[in-house]
Unconditional design. Structure first.
Lengths: 423, 318
């Protein structure tokens, strides 16, 4: 009897473990590998809650007041002395392995490779530390210190969870430049922060989706709900793109609640297709929503990298990052002695965000419609979050003639555009 | 109504990897070995099945490979726990970590060498593992969709579960095997070859788990390789064994119910009930806990938990 109780207890413990791993998808407790996340902030989901949007925006360094200015902004120091290109060593800290498919680390590493080619650096000038778990401060510290020891003068840390460790090490090694992606901390000298206006590219891919749909129902698989401003704002931008060319179309959103959930992302897409959606957009890490669309004979809009390599019969275009735009600009500053610790928030005009080449599946006129919108964004005469904007509850969230400021865009969008329904 | 049928169909699909994992684990637990390596064995099966499918373009070979590879990994577990009498929990957890790591390692290695940065199964195998279509039958309204519209894995899974149920409860060998799980010393005294049947069951169970892994890499991910593709389903299978009360036939029901609960969040109209996503994520495990409570209250009734589960058998200890 005692035996039985003991076993039942241990089985219960196992089922609890399963609970933990089941919800988090990849965060299966004993698994050694870190989850591949679409967004670095995701990494904080398992161990510590991500800061609330308000916290982010208040802690956020001041953003440029509008999107037309330079991508570089914020406090600055005296410029660092120039380092000749051939003497430069660059460290890169990745959360997973760059070889892994279409996701987050892959796109960052493509950016590093692009930067290396743009500036004519040699491969051995780049030191990569892969699979550095961003919840493990000692692993992060070891990786960064190894880079410093090997002579790196500049280190890119690509994941959200590296932020605090980067801050501490930057203080200890004031001559080493540490550049951290997606976070909000910086010290205006040798520790800066970089991110981008992906919503601009989402708006443009929304145009492709809006023109393509026959059922006037467009699905969107979102990793997080409206507490996450980046996901929600991206979804809104996509929906506004749809609305701009097809006011009758609706955007149905399903939330997986996880940054990496292969099965959930596929199931969410299938459920959307079952409800009549014939174009599937996504903000999550795997190409599974696109593959589900391909299997069911409908279309889709990918994310992170060009997913037409995974689902060539479904993908119209993908919302993509080109991190080489930032990496090249940052390294260029270091080489020319212009590095002054400013932060970076780049957009379409900087080449940081884009859409992948339109496939033949797109409707006629898609390229022209996207080009027209892109012109307006690139020239700075108009940006996505320009009023009037009405949410799906009937509230005006941005009045006519106004623009959302960058602090709101990065941390304060918790509403859905008027043609969006959360399913 | 149409959406409801689609929900049921999707639930069966979501439950299928769990079905393989659960049946495999039941087979192993019936000889008294709690194998926490299900996630790892599924990962190894996922990798082997995918890679063999990728290179041979044969669905059958992929299935065989996933079975054999996972069975071999279970053999490691069997050797460590049956012959060397290592702690079952530790060995199982190690197998999980090893399996996921090996699977990702091979996957990334292959990805780095793929021509266009993606590993996608060839067209022919993708077509042969997609949902079946039987002329007349699949076109029947409702029934056609509910019974004749699945991937071959679903039918294979149900067949394996029924077969294993028959094996455990209707054959002399199966009853002998169950005796090992209840009281290995008595079984030994009765002339049952304890170690041999432990090996056979653990390895067989591992192989069945491996087919579930192949489902993850080949169906869930649409034939494109991604790392960590089992994504915790192995752990849910371990929990599901309790829900199924150690009966393979019950595992069919259990895995489809769990599958339904896992995808409920995508099909429940927000206009009817608006609950946070986390609530749905919790449901399967809440129900498992309830089953645990109920089954310990009614202990005499139908609980098939092997009395000697989790203990290694030292023959000399008698």
């Amino acid at each position: 009897m005692n035996q039985l109780k003991r076993i039942l207890a241990s089985l219960l413990a196992v089922s609890m473990l399963a609970f933990a791993s089941g919800c988090g998808g990849s965060s299966s407790a004993p698994a050694s590998s870190a989850p591949a996340s679409s967004e670095a902030p995701a990494q904080s989901q398992s161990a510590e809650p991500a800061p609330a949007p308000s916290e982010v925006s208040s802690a956020s360094p001041e953003r440029p007041s509008d999107s037309t200015g330079s991508a570089w902004f914020g406090a600055s120091s005296d410029p660092f002395p120039a380092i000749a290109a051939e003497d430069l060593k660059i460290g890169v800290i990745h959360i997973t392995d760059p070889a892994e498919g279409s996701g987050y680390t892959y796109t960052h590493d493509q950016g590093i490779v692009g930067m290396q080619e743009n500036l004519g650096l040699k491969p051995e000038q780049i030191i990569r530390k892969n699979n550095v778990n961003d919840q493990d401060a000692s692993a992060i510290e070891t990786a960064i210190l190894e880079c410093i020891e090997e002579g790196c003068q500049l280190i890119f840390a690509t994941s959200w969870g590296y932020m605090d460790t980067c801050e501490a090490i930057a203080e200890e090694y004031p001559e080493v430049i540490i550049s951290h992606g997606t976070g909000y901390k910086s010290n205006g000298a040798n520790f800066n922060n970089y991110f981008g206006r992906i919503y601009q590219a989402r708006y443009l891919t929304g145009i492709a989706a809006g023109l393509k749909t026959k059922t006037n129902k467009i699905g969107y698989v979102a990793a997080q709900n409206n507490e996450n401003s980046e996901v929600t704002g991206g979804c809104d931008a996509f929906a506004m793109g749809v609305y701009s060319v097809n006011p009758d179309a609706e955007v149905y959103v399903k939330v997986t609640g996880s940054w990496f959930d292969p099965e959930g992302e596929k199931q969410a897409a299938e459920a959307l297709i079952a409800e009549g959606c014939d174009v599937i957009g996504q903000h999550c890490d795997t190409p599974n929503p696109q593959l589900a669309a391909e299997e069911k004979g409908v279309w889709g809009v990918g994310y992170n990298s060009d997913m037409s390599k995974d689902a060539p019969k479904a993908v119209l275009t993908s919302t993509v990052w080109d991190w080489s735009a930032y990496y090249t600009a940052a390294v260029q500053r270091v080489i020319s002695g212009e590095w002054n610790g400013q932060n970076y928030f780049g957009g379409m005009a900087d080449g940081l965000v884009a859409y992948s080449p339109l496939s033949d599946l797109c409707e006629e006129g898609t390229a022209e419609a996207i080009d027209a919108a892109q012109q307006k964004i690139m020239s700075g005469e108009w940006d996505v979050f320009t009023g009037p904007i009405e949410d799906n509850q009937g509230n005006v969230v941005c009045a006519e003639g106004e623009k959302l400021d960058d602090a709101t865009i990065t941390g304060g969008i918790n509403w859905y555009f008027k043609n969006v329904t959360v399913k | 109504m149409d959406l409801f049928i689609k929900f049921l169909v999707a639930a069966v699909g979501a439950g299928t990897p769990l079905l393989f994992g659960t049946v495999g684990e039941i087979i192993s637990e019936k000889v008294g070995h709690l194998n926490l390596g299900v996630e790892g064995m599924m990962s190894i099966g996922a990798c082997a099945g995918f890679m063999v499918g990728y290179f041979t373009d044969s669905f059958l070979l992929a299935l065989v490979a996933s079975f054999v590879a996972a069975a071999l990994s279970a053999l490691i577990y069997a050797f460590l726990t049956v012959t060397l009498m290592a702690n079952q929990n530790v060995t199982g957890l190690t197998l999980t970590i090893f399996g996921i790591g090996l699977s990702n390692f091979i996957g990334v290695y292959m990805l780095e060498r793929s021509p266009n940065g993606t590993l996608k199964l060839p067209e022919r195998i993708t077509a042969s593992m997609r949902s079946i279509h039987i002329p007349v039958l699949s076109d029947l309204p409702v029934v056609g969709e509910l019974l004749f519209s699945y991937t071959p894995f679903v039918y294979l899974g149900v067949a394996v579960a029924l077969l294993m149920g028959f094996y455990l409860f209707r054959t002399r060998t199966g009853l002998n095997v169950q005796a090992i799980g209840e009281n290995p010393a008595s079984a030994d005294a009765a002339g049952i070859e304890v170690s041999r049947w432990k090996y056979i069951n653990i390895v067989l169970g591992g192989g069945i788990c491996g087919i579930g892994g192949a489902y993850c890499s080949m169906i869930i991910n649409g034939g494109v390789w991604i790392s960590d593709n089992v994504g915790g389903l192995g752990w849910i299978s371990v929990a599901l064994v309790i829900f199924a009360a150690w009966k393979p036939q019950m595992a069919i029901l259990g895995s489809f119910v769990f599958g339904a609960l896992r995808i409920l969040k995508y099909y429940m109209p927000k206009s009817v009930i608006d609950l946070p996503v986390a609530f749905y994520d919790m449901l399967p495990f809440l129900i498992t806990a309830l089953v645990l409570i109920l089954s310990s209250v009614h202990e005499s009734r139908g609980v098939n938990i092997p009395a000697n589960l989790g203990n290694n058998y030292f023959r000399e200890e008698r």
